[in-house]
Design a protein around this ligand. Structure first.
Ligand code: G6P
Length: 470
């Protein structure tokens, strides 16, 4: 029995070494979680390799990746435009994050989304055999469970949705709502980060498709689809153990020098409107205006990781962030101090660990976020040093991190108050709150998340096969 993981992107980073391309498995959250997944047979991972390869190179790339247990799917520029930037990131992403005004509905996007899900299905069928377990990840592949089920009914299929699932009143707006829901119901188990998303999904299935639903199940003719919540954790030991490494300490010292003696407020996100970057900057600007005693005493390090910048809304957001950072620095900077140090690039793992370890406050204020692993990584990397997490109540992670200072990301005044509160907390208060959250993160790590999901998938599949035999 094999376990086949399918996600839009493969977990590889391409590095140039002596003029040659080298492929390395990335240490991203999902990749490390799935590395520690205990399954009886081999593990394979299918996904988009993330770069354009001319047909002549493809055989070579396939052979190289196969050695890492990875199977590439190659997308054309048209797929990238219509399936990835289009239906995935201009239709489903804004819909699931409650940004209807950013949602575009376009039949070319939909056609391409169906075509690419079909392409993934064809590639997957080259590896999958009856009795295998398939674990599909995220909104880019919502039709795939149904497609695989139609071709191979005796396969065990799990799907995990890494972003919010919106309420019925939002989801009903999607022209292809029925097709998407039927696609998902090809799975035996559908997982969400938090209970609310799971509840929204079940009520949407009931109201859109009129199917029989129970508290955690959708009943089909010959099987039942289990719906459950599995809050994703992080590789706790990796983040907890890293801040002592010499490389990390050296980087931490360099970054610390940027802020002098002031307290560091950290903001780290992919470029995305759902992350609340503009309201966060506005709240920080009004904090500096209303509390002049903190000027030169607080510095924000803001890291924005480039993402989807070919999509107009993302490009426009980047311009607005550049302008706002410029305006804040222009208004408040002194000869000795810059209120915001802004990086628009990807930080590697050591740099990220370094910046987590020196940050006095992590300001994590998404408007909507499926989970938010940055909040969890920050807490793990603090080890026994003090630190405060200010966390949006709209992030899935808020359900797990009840010792954080919770804020409504739309309420600028509340964010200002939270900053004040964090700056005034004693070291003892900070360490007490950290210790409680660290204990729970160490226990509910990403390996538990992956193994819990797969354990439940095995049980549900057994039961479904049994129902089918009767
Ligand atoms: C979110 C999604 C992932 C996606 C990631 C990066 O976390 O849930 O599925 O891979 O963003 O976005 P990108 O568009 O670069 O793959």
């Amino acid at each position: 029995m094999k376990c086949v993981i399918v996600s839009n992107r493969l977990p590889v980073t391409v590095v140039e070494k002596d003029g040659k391309m080298e492929f390395a498995r990335s240490s991203g959250g999902l990749a490390t979680g799935l590395d520690s997944l205990k399954v009886p047979g081999e593990k394979h991972w299918l996904g988009w390799a993330g770069w354009q390869a001319v047909p002549a190179e493809r055989r070579k790339i396939r052979a190289r990746l196969k050695k890492l247990g990875l199977y590439p799917v190659f997308l054309t520029p048209e797929h990238i435009h219509n399936y990835y930037e289009g239906y995935s990131n201009s239709t489903l992403w804004p819909l699931c994050h409650y940004f209807l005004n950013y949602m575009s509905c376009n039949k070319d996007y939909w056609r391409s989304y169906c075509e690419v899900n079909e392409l993934f299905c064809r590639e997957a069928m080259k590896i999958i055999e009856p009795g295998d377990q398939v674990w599909i990840h995220d909104y880019q592949l919502m039709l795939l469970p149904g497609m695989i089920r139609a071709r191979c009914p005796e396969v065990s299929i799990g799907y995990f949705h890494h972003i919010p699932f919106p309420s019925y009143e939002m989801f009903r707006y999607l022209p292809e709502r029925e097709e998407i829901l039927r696609g998902l119901l090809g799975a035996d188990l559908i997982g969400f980060h938090v209970h609310n998303y799971m509840r929204h999904f079940i009520s949407t299935v009931y109201r859109v498709l009129g199917m029989e639903c129970r508290l955690d199940e959708v009943i089909l003719d010959n099987r039942a689809v289990r719906i459950d919540a599995f809050p994703m954790g992080i590789n706790y030991d990796l983040y907890h153990g890293v801040s002592d490494l010499p490389d990390v300490c050296e980087k931490a010292d360099e970054l610390r020098r940027l802020a002098g003696d002031s307290k560091i407020v950290l903001s780290v996100d992919r470029l995305d409107y759902s992350k609340g970057l503009l309201p966060r900057l506005e709240a920080y600007a009004s904090f500096l205006k209303n509390h002049p005693e903190y000027r030169e005493k607080v510095t924000m390090i803001m890291i924005v990781v480039p993402s989807r910048d070919k999509v107009d809304i993302y490009a426009g957001l980047k311009t607005r962030i550049d302008e706002l950072v410029g305006a804040i620095n222009g208004a408040h900077a002194t000869v000795n101090w810059n209120p915001v140090h802004y990086f628009y690039r990807c930080f590697d793992f050591e740099e990220l660990a370094a910046v987590y370890s020196i940050a006095d406050i992590a300001l994590v204020t998404p408007i909507r976020d499926g989970m938010n692993l940055v909040a969890k990584e920050y807490l793990a990397a603090k080890r026994d040093k003090p630190g405060v997490l200010i966390l949006s109540e709209m992030a899935g992670a808020a359900a797990d991190l009840d010792q954080a200072i919770s804020v409504n990301p739309a309420d600028r005044w509340q964010i200002e108050e939270a900053l004040l509160k964090a700056l005034k907390m004693t070291v003892k208060q900070q360490k007490n709150a950290l210790a409680v959250m660290q204990q729970s993160l160490a226990r509910k790590n990403v390996a538990c998340w992956a193994n819990d999901f797969m354990g439940e998938l095995r049980q549900v599949t057994e039961r479904n096969l049994e129902m089918n035999r009767k």
